[in-house]
Design a binder for this molecule. Structure first.
Ligand SMILES: [Zn+2]
Length: 686
């Protein structure tokens, strides 16, 4: 639909007749072709703005959804592909060492002929290493080895989490964090849900592990039995794990202790040796301190280290290794991994190899790739306009804090100090990451180069432990179609990848831009004050700065948000989980309110014209709704509702708008309309 519209505009521009009466101002920024105007916005804003798209769009076989995110993601990926194709073609003669590395890396990841020919060979040494593990002491060696491949990427390779984190009670410093982990399914609840679909997903997971083990050379009947035993081990680890909702309480996840105390929780593992082997020499001393987020899990892990036979641990690690690297080991292993993915995504076909390789390049060398992306797709004018918008948000948020009737002067002062301290990152980092320490072998297999990149990143992460926090670091890569707020550094970040049309359209009128990307800016700022974010202060420390009365007032409002979202249905009879999605919903609610008022502020009293037959206020809300335009497969929606902290697109659209008097006024909605929450039902926080 978008391609057709682009062609149409090009033709109009060439026609002298049309040029005479062409509207010279900015575009409306909304797409009428997506709308179902037979549906009243007062009944369902999402349907009104996106109904025709929802009825007519086909989800391509290789996609689990289609809409604004895939449109922007695909366009960004096309830019990355052009960068990578060029880098790969010129890699041998390239003078810029980083671009040469990127070219060689991409080349190895797209060499499907070699992957098919070599099959398991690139992983043979690792499998032999695992075969050689004979005791619990050997297991410790294996955990060290795989921690140095980066636990962030490891899935279940190491049965716990280990990372560098900003110390929640001393945010100026980075400490080590040991947490729960080691599960191959998305979270602990997947091991225990009793419905048919969850049972089928567990069966598919066990079957995929068995097939991968058989593919690696294990006799088939042994593989089946071994995969079942490994699954029992995972289930036991899941039993000791916290749920996603439980993990939304930061105070419950902070347990500073010494390495010696950690050793008392889990004596089977030689922790100083593990830390030393993982490259964190500071933790080799038994009185060194770290944060053990989930002590209960560590106790449960110790029980499994003692009780589970070493053969099962070997299978557990082999299966994890095969799941992680299988997609790069030729067609057969890839197909097994994809069949498993299909169960949760609903995709009929896999993404082409170049796309998967591009994603892997973004994960591994994202800032090198991002630098080229920014040069091609993010003009300085976009950054300036985004900065201007953010300035309006900051000013409006401070005013809104001041005008809250439910908040005392003391808490307001603290809130404004926190707002003032929020660091903003727009587009791309000031300093690009140095990849000179990364060795990419031009003749290496995909798996070897992936491991090299993962080791490089793990080493970079581990080197942070015990050092001052670097607030300039970017957690997302510049081409990413996403944004974040990080409470521990009190920062918002909007990568160049999300500052793109249609979410952020330099050609469009501000009403649409504030309704779309503006909602995102407001969302991230609001995260600093959601039910989790509000527990941190402006410096990023976990410190309660609220008076008890104000905290009570906030919680009462948050509870009503939980109830509002609990009522939305995600798919079939599966409801949205209001507790799981609370932080995001608070972000959405605050985000849209702030966006509306920041936009008003940007107008400086000037009237905004009618464009495309819609008032500016209507365009603001239609653009908001179109910024969530997504058609999703039922499998993917189910996965999202069960494990994603973000509510489905319909709820993200209608949830915040229905609480706004400005929405009701924009469309002349009446009390009693489905999209009008008025009187006692209306929730206003910011
Ligand atoms: Zn969010």
């Amino acid at each position: 639909m978008l391609a057709r519209r682009t062609i149409l505009l090009a033709m109009l521009a060439l026609s002298p007749l049309v040029a005479v009466c062409a509207y010279a101002g900015p575009t409306s920024g909304i797409n009428r072709a997506y709308m179902d105007t037979t549906c009243s916005p007062c009944a369902d804003l999402y349907r009104y703005a996106n109904g025709r798209f929802m009825d007519t769009a086909d989800i391509p076989p290789a996609y689990s959804s289609i809409g604004i995110w895939t449109e922007m993601g695909d366009r960004n990926q096309a830019v990355l592909k052009s960068v990578l194709d060029r880098a790969a073609a010129n890699a041998d003669a390239e003078e810029d060492p980083t671009l040469a590395k990127l070219g060689h890396f991409y080349r190895s990841l797209t060499d499907s002929v070699r992957m098919d020919r070599e099959g398991i060979t690139p992983l043979a040494a690792e499998l032999r290493f695992i075969d050689g593990l004979g005791s619990a002491a050997d297991l410790g060696r294996a955990f060290q080895r795989y921690a140095s491949l980066g636990i962030r990427f490891s899935g279940a390779l190491v049965p716990f989490g280990f990372a560098a984190e900003v110390d929640p009670k001393n945010s100026a410093t980075v400490i080590a964090q040991v947490s729960q982990g080691g599960l191959g399914l998305p979270d602990r609840d997947y091991y225990f849900r009793t419905d048919d679909k969850s049972a089928a997903q567990r069966d598919a997971y066990r079957a995929a592990n068995a097939k991968l083990l058989a593919w690696s050379g294990m006799p088939e009947t042994d593989a089946r039995r071994a995969a079942d035993a490994a699954f029992q081990l995972e289930t036991a680890l899941a039993e000791s794990s916290l749920s996603r909702v439980q993990m939304r309480d930061p105070a419950a996840l902070y347990h500073p202790m010494t390495v010696r105390e950690l050793g008392a929780l889990a004596p089977t593992l030689d922790w100083p040796a593990f830390f030393e082997g993982a490259g964190v020499h500071a933790l080799a001393a038994s009185d060194a301190r770290l944060d053990v987020s989930m002590p209960g899990f560590v106790r449960g892990l110790n029980a499994q280290l003692t009780a589970t036979p070493i053969e099962t641990w070997r299978v557990y690690m082999k299966a994890a290794l095969l799941r992680r690297y299988g997609p790069w080991l030729g067609h057969d292993a890839f197909q097994i991994a994809f069949d498993l993915q299909r169960v949760s995504s609903g995709q009929a076909e896999p993404q082409p190899l170049w796309k998967r390789a591009t994603q892997a390049c973004d994960i591994s060398m994202g800032q090198a790739l991002g630098k080229a992306f920014v040069a091609q797709a993010f003009p300085a004018s976009s950054r300036e306009r985004a900065l201007e918008m953010v300035a309006n948000f900051r000013a409006v948020f401070a005013e809104r804090i001041d005008s809250r009737p439910w908040m005392s002067a003391a808490t307001k002062q603290q809130a404004k100090a926190k707002l003032e301290a929020i660091l903003q990152k727009i587009g791309y980092p000031d300093h690009w990451r140095d990849y000179s320490g990364l060795v990419v072998d031009p003749k290496g297999a995909a798996v070897a180069n992936l491991m090299a990149a993962q080791r490089f990143e793990a080493k970079r992460q581990m080197a942070k432990i015990g050092r001052p926090t670097d607030r300039t670091e970017w957690v997302m890569t510049p081409p990413t179609v996403n944004a974040y707020y990080e409470p521990l550094t009190n920062e918002i970040c909007f990568p160049a990848g999300i500052l793109q049309p249609p979410r952020f359209d330099p050609a469009a009128d501000d009403a649409a831009n504030y309704g779309a990307i503006g909602e995102t800016i407001g969302h991230e700022l609001s995260h600093g004050f959601d039910d989790e974010g509000r527990q941190y202060d402006g410096a990023g420390n976990l410190r309660d700065w609220w008076t008890p009365e104000d905290a009570k007032e906030f919680k009462a409002r948050a509870d009503r948000v939980v109830a509002q979202y609990d009522a939305y249905v995600g798919v079939d009879t599966l409801h949205v989980n209001g507790r799981l999605t609370l932080g995001e919903n608070l972000g959405d609610l605050g985000g849209l309110v702030l966006a509306y008022h920041a936009w008003q502020r940007s107008l400086k009293g000037k009237p905004s014209p009618v464009i495309d037959g819609f008032t500016a206020e209507q365009r603001f809300f239609i653009a908001h709704a179109q910024s969530w335009r997504t058609k999703m497969r039922a499998e993917a929606m189910r996965q999202r509702v069960l494990s994603n902290p973000h509510a489905p697109p319909v709820a993200r659209t209608n949830g915040p708008a229905s609480n706004m008097e400005e929405f009701r006024r924009a469309f002349g909605c009446k009390s009693g309309d489905p999209m009008v929450r008025d009187g006692d039902r209306r929730i206003e926080i910011w």
